[in-house]
Design a protein around this ligand. Structure first.
Ligand code: IMP
Ligand code: MG
Length: 178
């Protein structure tokens, strides 16, 4: 198969849209088993998790609300360290069960920062669902209860994830060819 080229870098197929949707159905069932009676807040971490969020929430057949937070720690293809965020209002989080929906946890630092900020808003509980996790790149332990796929260190694009703005529209997931 032809590699995908975004800007100046080349990517090859890693997970097909079918493999991803099969796994998301399983995650949907797992999450439903714990949250069906809790009216949880599903907190989508923009921008990367918008496709995952759209597919996952349609597995839920119980009351739930969707909210959004924008985090930005990435420039190009390296974790930038500094994180900017626009959180929901505290009245929307306080007393609620929160499930953070992330596209990928790499160093884990943006999740740790997000959780610290959310805790100030007094939620009842916080859990994380991340479509992708890079266990070998984690810099601090993060409890990611629901995980789609554990992957290696390669930079990935597609299914919502981008390289410098491009690639979010690809239905499959691609890994950089190095
Ligand atoms: P972390 O703080 O290092 O865990 O990185 C978190 C954010 O960086 C993720 O939510 C993504 O938006 C972005 N990111 C990390 N790894 C990748 C990747 O391989 N491809 C695209 N974006 C990534
Ligand atoms: Mg993200």
């Amino acid at each position: 198969m032809e590699p995908v080229i975004l800007h100046n870098r080349r990517f090859e197929l890693m997970l097909t849209a079918e493999e991803i949707s099969g796994r998301i159905r399983q995650m949907g069932a797992e999450i439903s088993a714990s949250y069906a009676s809790k009216n949880p807040v599903l907190l989508c971490v923009l921008k990367g998790a918008f496709v995952f969020t759209a597919d996952l929430i349609r597995q839920f057949h119980f009351p739930c609300e969707v909210m959004f937070v924008q985090l930005q720690s990435y420039s190009g293809s390296r974790s930038g360290g500094k994180v900017h965020m626009h959180l929901p209002l505290s009245g929307q989080i306080s007393g609620r069960h929160i499930i953070i929906l992330e596209d990928i946890a790499e160093t884990g630092l943006s999740l740790i920062h997000l959780i610290a900020e959310l805790e100030k808003l007094n939620p009842l509980s916080i859990q994380i669902a991340s479509l992708l996790v890079k266990p070998s790149m984690m810099q601090q332990p993060v409890d990611i209860r629901f995980r789609g796929f554990e992957i290696g260190e390669a930079f990935v694009v597609g299914y919502g994830l981008d390289y410098d703005g491009l690639g979010r529209n690809l239905p499959d997931l691609y890994a950089e060819i190095t």
